[in-house]
Write a protein that binds this ligand. Sequence first.
Ligand SMILES: [Zn+2]
Length: 140
Amino acid sequence: MDWLTNLNWHDGFSHGRFLWIEWHFWKVIGWLGNLVFFSRFVVQWYATEKKKRVVVPLAFWWLSLAGSFLLLVYSVWKKDSVFIFAYAFTWIPYVRNLIIHHRHVGAHLDCPSCGKSCAPNSNFCSACGARLTTAPNVAK
Ligand SMILES: [Zn+2]
């Protein structure tokens, strides 16, 4: 029951500890990774609640990438093969989703009449009804 005796106010905020954690550079990296990685759930949930449908915002992939990178760095420092493996390959779908998003945004068509950015492969502007050219929007 040693862990229980450590769960008191005195030990939790003294002896170089804060919230029962012995802080040092790598602990900050690891906990920052946890914080960033966890925040993606909050961002995704908020976006979904706001739009009243399931949405995965762009920030979700960036937070996933940054958080998992920090956790990978921490796990490499810890030399923990389980967590190194857990975070070594997660960047692949994150980067892939970012690339697909970038390409999708780039494939939008600018309306020559009103300037609205319209969905890829649209024939007519959803705002003013003008005929759209097939040249994709490369500015974004
Ligand atoms: Zn238009």
